[in-house]
Design a protein around this ligand. Structure first.
Ligand code: KG4
Ligand code: ZN
Length: 423
C-alpha cells in the first residue's frame, strides 16, 4: 500500500538509545506517550551501555506497549468528558488479558510506526523486530521513521486533550537538532525534503555536556546537572574556545571545548595533563554493577570552581551554535525555526536562540518565528514524535510504508541513517 491517506491512528515505537518508548497518536495529536527510561541503570556505568540497553528494551517493550494502550484508553475517556471532539473508541475497550487488550486496540490502529535509525544498532533491533511482529500479526502497514526527523517534526505535535492548536509553522524552516548523538542544522523545505546545511564534525553538543560532567565527576547524563550548576557559576571566569567561530560554513565542532575542560580541570587539580581520559566502564553479561561514578571521586576542585567551569562551558557551547544560527538565517530565507532533541531541555540554549532570532527580526523584512515542542516529554527521546512524523510524512508523501508481508520482512534497522537520505 502506498500513499494511504487514511492512516490516522498509529502505534509508534522508539528504542533508538536508552529509553523504551511507545505511543498512540491520532494525526498530529498525542493520545498517549509512555517513556520507560533506563537512565538510572546506565548512570552507574557513566554512559549508555549498548548490551544493557538491548536487554532492557527486550524486557520492557511488551509492558510499555500495554501501558501506552491503557493510557490511550484513559485519555480518550478524559477527552470525551471534556467534550473534545473525537472519533476514537479506545474508551470502549474493556478486555483484561494482555492479548485481548492488544487485539482490541489494533481494531482501531491503522498502522505501526518505528524508528529504524539512526541510533544504537542493538537497541534499534528490538523496536524494529517488535514493530514487524505487530504489523504482520495484525495485518497493518508498517512505517519506518528517521529518529532525527522525529525530533525535527516534534514541534508539530499537539495534545489530544487540548482544544487549542499550535501556531502555524511556515516553511522553509531552520531545524536545530541538538541531542546526545547529533548536532545538525537542517533546511526543511517541505515535510520529507531536508538538507543538512551544518553539523558537528566530531562530538554532539549533548555529548559535550555529558563529557564535561564526567570530567567534573557529576554523573550521567550530564546536561541537566551542568545546567543546574551553571546557574550558580560565573560564565566569564574561564575562557573556553568557541570552535569554528571564523570559519565560513555552518559546521560546528565540540571536541576542542571538551579537551579544554579536561585540561582546565587537571591544571586546577594540580594533575598531570597527559593522563588517561576518564572512560565509561565496560560491561559484559554477568558483570556486577560498579559504584555510581559520582560516588567514587573526592574532588580537589571546590564547589564554586565547578559551578564556574559549568557556566563557562555552557556559555561557550551555546555560543558555538548560535554563531552558526546567526549565519544560517542570513544565508537562507527561513520563515521559522524548529528546535528539537534532548538539549532543547536547556533553558539558556532556548533563550539564546530566541535572542539570536529576535536580533535578526529587528532588521528583517519578514520575521522568523521560533518553535519547540509544547511539552518537555517531547524534547527527550520518545515515540510520540515518531507517530507524528509517520503521520505527517505519510500524508505529504508516499515513502517508507511497507504493507505486504514480503515487504515487511525485508525491513531492517539503519543505525547510521542520515535525515537527508531517503529510506
Ligand atoms: O535526544 P536525547 O534524549 O537522546 C539522543 O537522541 O541523544 O538527548 C540526550 C542528550 C544528553 O546528552 C543529555 O545530557 C542532553 O540531551 N540534555 C541536556 C539537558 N537535558 C538533557 N543538555 C543540556 N542541558 C540540559 N538541561
Ligand atoms: Zn534523540
Amino acid at each position: 500500500m502506498k500513499n494511504d491517506r487514511e492512516i490516522k491512528t498509529i502505534l509508534a515505537i522508539d528504542t533508538s538509545c536508552d529509553d523504551t518508548s511507545v505511543a498512540v497518536t491520532y494525526e498530529n495529536k498525542i493520545v498517549s506517550n509512555v517513556i520507560s527510561s533506563q537512565v538510572e541503570m546506565h548512570r552507574k556505568w557513566g554512559g549508555t551501555v549498548p548490551g544493557l540497553a538491548k536487554r532492557e528494551h527486550a524486557e520492557r517493550i511488551d509492558q510499555v506497549i500495554q501501558e501506552a494502550i491503557k493510557q490511550a484508553i484513559k485519555n480518550v475517556k478524559r477527552a470525551k468528558k471534556s467534550e473534545i471532539k473525537t472519533n476514537l473508541k479506545f474508551d470502549q475497550i474493556k478486555e483484561n488479558t494482555e492479548k485481548e487488550l492488544l487485539r482490541k486496540a489494533f481494531e482501531q490502529i491503522d498502522a505501526v510506526a518505528v524508528t529504524n535509525g539512526p541510533g544504537l544498532s542493538v537497541a534499534l533491533g528490538v523496536g524494529v523486530a517488535k514493530a514487524k511482529e505487530l504489523a504482520l500479526s495484525f495485518q497493518k502497514p508498517l512505517i519506518t521513521v528517521d529518529h532525527m526527523e522525529g525530533h525535527l517534526l516534534s514541534s508539530f505535535a499537539e495534545s489530544y486533550l487540548s482544544k487549542k492548536s499550535n501556531a502555524e509553522i511556515k516553511l522553509p524552516a531552520l531545524g536545530i537538532l541538538v541531542s546526545g548523538g547529533h548536532t545538525e542544522l537542517i533546511k526543511m523545505n517541505e515535510i520529507g525534503d531536508y538538507e543538512i546545511i551544518g553539523e558537528t564534525l566530531d562530538d554532539a553538543i549533548g555529548e559535550a555536556f555529558d563529557k564535561t560532567a564526567r570530567i567534573l565527576g557529576l554523573g550521567y547524563p550530564g546536561g541537566p546537572t551542568v545546567e543546574e550548576f551553571a546557574k550558580k557559576g560565573n560564565p566569564n571566569r574561564f575562557d573556553l574556545p568557541i570552535a569554528m567561530k571564523n570559519s565560513k560554513g555552518l559546521n560546528v565542532s565540540y571536541s576542542g571545548i571538551k579537551t579544554a575542560v579536561l585540561y582546565l580541570a587537571r591544571d586546577l587539580r594540580g594533575e598531570d595533563r597527559v593522563q588517561e581520559k576518564p572512560k565509561k566502564e565496560s560491561w559484559e553479561p554477568g558483570k556486577a554493577e560498579p559504584k555510581r561514578v559520582e560516588d567514587t571521586k573526592e574532588d580537589k576542585l571546590d564547589k564554586q570552581t565547578i559551578f564556574d567551569i559549568c557556566a563557562s562551558f555552557q556559555n561557550a557551547a551555546i555560543l558555538t551554535l548560535t554563531n552558526k544560527i546567526k549565519k544560517a538565517v542570513k544565508v537562507y530565507e527561513f520563515k521559522s525555526v524548529l528546535i528539537g532533541g534532548g538539549v532543547t531541555n536547556n533553558t539558556i540554549l532556548r533563550r539564546e536562540i530566541y535572542k539570536t532570532i529576535a536580533a535578526y527580526n529587528k532588521k528583517a523584512r519578514e520575521r522568523i518565528t521560533v518553535h519547540y515542542p509544547y511539552t518537555e516529554s517531547l524534547f527527550q527521546d520518545n515515540a510520540a514524535m515518531i507517530g507524528v512524523a509517520a503521520y505527517l510524512s505519510n500524508t505529504a508523501l508516499d515513502q517508507n510504508i511497507y504493507s505486504r508481508n514480503t515487504d515487511i520482512s525485508n525491513i531492517d534497522r539503519q543505525p547510521g541513517k542520515r535525515i537527508d537520505e531517503t529510506s
